[in-house]
Design a protein around this ligand. Structure first.
Ligand code: 6PG
Length: 508
């Protein structure tokens, strides 16, 4: 290709693992790319990989050595995709594009995990320079290469331009079965099926939805890890035995990408002694912040997401390795419990039902959070469409997202997934085993913060009479915070607790 001739469809900035794979995915789908990265070896890398994979003598990707050259290579109005770390690097690239002469009708798409409020601020900040559009990508490096889930939001005009490109490169789902359509080889394209890319809403909405996706991802991962610990420490199973159990579970309602990769991880062995890798990995979890943001947002909006928050706390607790080792030597646990063969089978079945139920609650919390955010920010989210996007390509893709899709298709304004007939029935069917698992974990001294918090959430949600009546009285006692009465609706009262008479006054 000849440089500086305004011939490329898309400019691409940031050729890390995700960026490189998105470029190759775009190229497979027939789009020509002008690519830039500060690291020239990454530009060379994507060009040679493209040539090798396509078998063409000329690459479908043009390497650019500056922002100015990148803009010169693009058909106007320019469409530029960013795959750079969230935070300051996004602003740095935006400023560089302004310096290079980007125009007000050019579109810049931020595909990173930016904090949604930053996206809202950026859209305003750069309005006179270019159109900032956001579209978080989920699916890791394989998803980026062969079909990610995309959560686009921002200018409706920009979406009309981006839509055909996004729908081409996104993961696809068979409309009848709701199952992902596999695409695994370079050069392959999938043109049929429903694309996992639909417009989410105004600026920030897409990044908010991706943030909640990640919060659910944290919960889902933690629930699986707790099941692993129950089987490892409770039943004394080794990683192969646990992998066998997870593999069986992956054929039922728990079928999911996260369960599938857990099986692969548990079976992976290394070294001369063929030690399971998982037994060698240090038990300190990392986190980049999206789970934390989700938990913080739930607290700010006042909508419960305890299972997501517990998953964040579990990562925090894991990071205090030295402290945990000290405490392990000092703090006794309960006496050991042993199980006979039949009891072991029952334990495993109960655990299956517990993690299924906990998972439903984690999704219920995530969707309710999005609903509250929608009301707060006037976004008009389409929850069936969001569930559809998550059926393939993304990290939380799972068979039961089809059931969530159907729940929101039946009742688009559903307040909480637990109120859907299908999910209410599932929880009712599995609750006894869930309770047994939580009780087993307490008796064995195995932490199951996510699974247990989900059960508390379930019980709190189905509790028509909470103990908050006493709490309101306590608040009124020490702080004159007033309370409402069930027998006198719409009025507020205070008791003069510090006087001997303790008379009650109506507060106007
Ligand atoms: C995805 C992932 C992706 C990334 C997370 C991991 O949807 O593809 O969620 O965004 O893996 O950022 O986050 P932590 O490092 O916080 O686990």
């Amino acid at each position: 290709m000849i440089k500086n001739k305004s011939i490329c469809d898309i400019g691409f900035i940031g050729l890390g693992v995700m960026g490189k794979n998105l470029v190759l995915n775009l190229a497979d789908n027939g789009f020509s790319i002008a690519a830039f990265d500060l690291d020239i070896s990454k530009i060379e890398g994507v060009i040679s990989q493209d040539k090798a994979e396509s078998g063409l003598s000329t690459a479908r990707v043009v390497g650019c050595s500056s922002y100015t050259e990148l803009l010169a290579c693009l058909k106007p109005p320019h469409l530029i995709v960013l795959s750079v770390p969230a935070g300051a690097p996004v602003d740095q690239v935006c400023e560089n594009l302004i310096g290079a002469g980007i125009q007000p009708d050019d579109i810049v798409i931020d595909t990173g995990n930016s904090l949604w409020v930053d996206t809202v601020a950026r859209e305003k900040k750069y309005k006179s320079n270019f159109i900032l559009f956001s579209s978080a990508v989920s699916g890791g490096e394989v998803g980026a290469r062969f079909g990610p889930a995309l959560m686009p939001s921002g200018s409706a005009y920009a979406w009309t331009r981006i839509k055909p490109i996004w729908q081409a490169i996104a993961a696809k789902v068979d409309a009848k079965t709701g199952k992902p359509i596999e695409r695994t080889k370079p050069g392959e394209v999938v043109t049929e099926g429903e694309p996992c890319a639909a417009y989410i809403g105004p600026a920030g909405a897409g990044h908010y939805v991706k943030m909640v996706h990640n919060g659910i991802e944290y919960a889902d991962m933690q629930i699986i890890c707790e099941a692993y610990q129950m089987l490892r420490d409770g039943l004394g199973l080794n990683s192969d035995e646990i992998a066998d159990i997870f593999q069986g579970w992956n054929r039922g309602p728990l079928e999911s990408y996260l369960m599938e990769i857990s099986v692969e991880v548990l079976r992976h062995r290394v070294g001369e002694e063929q030690t399971p890798l998982v037994d060698l990995i240090l038990d300190k979890a990392g986190q980049k912040g999206t789970g934390l943001w989700t938990a913080v947002s739930s607290l700010e909006l006042g909508t419960p997401a305890p299972t997501i928050a517990q998953a964040v706390y579990a990562r925090s607790i894991s990071s205090f390795k030295d402290l945990r080792v000290q405490a392990a030597a000092k703090l006794p646990g309960p006496p050991a419990i042993t199980f006979d063969v039949n009891e072991k089978e029952a334990f495993i079945e109960q655990l299956h039902d517990a993690i299924y139920s906990a998972k439903i609650c984690a999704y219920a919390q995530g969707f309710q959070l999005m609903k509250l955010a929608e009301l707060e920010h006037n976004w008009q989210l389409n929850f069936a469409s969001i569930a559809k996007i998550w059926r393939a390509g993304c990290i939380i893709r799972a068979a039961f997202l089809q059931s969530i899709t159907q729940a929101f298709e039946r009742t688009p304004d559903l307040d909480n997934l637990l109120l859907d007939d299908f999910f209410a029935e599932q929880l009712s069917l599995h609750q006894l085993n869930w309770r047994k698992t939580v009780s087993n974990s307490a008796l064995m001294g195995i932490p199951t913060g996510a699974i247990s918090s989900a059960l508390s959430y379930y019980d709190a949600m189905r509790c028509a009479a909470s103990p908050a009546n006493l709490l309101q009285a306590q608040r009124d006692f020490f702080g004159a915070h007033t309370f409402e009465r069930t027998d006198k609706v719409g009025k507020k009262y205070h008791v003069n607790w510090s006087t001997p008479v303790r008379d009650m006054v109506e507060i106007s």
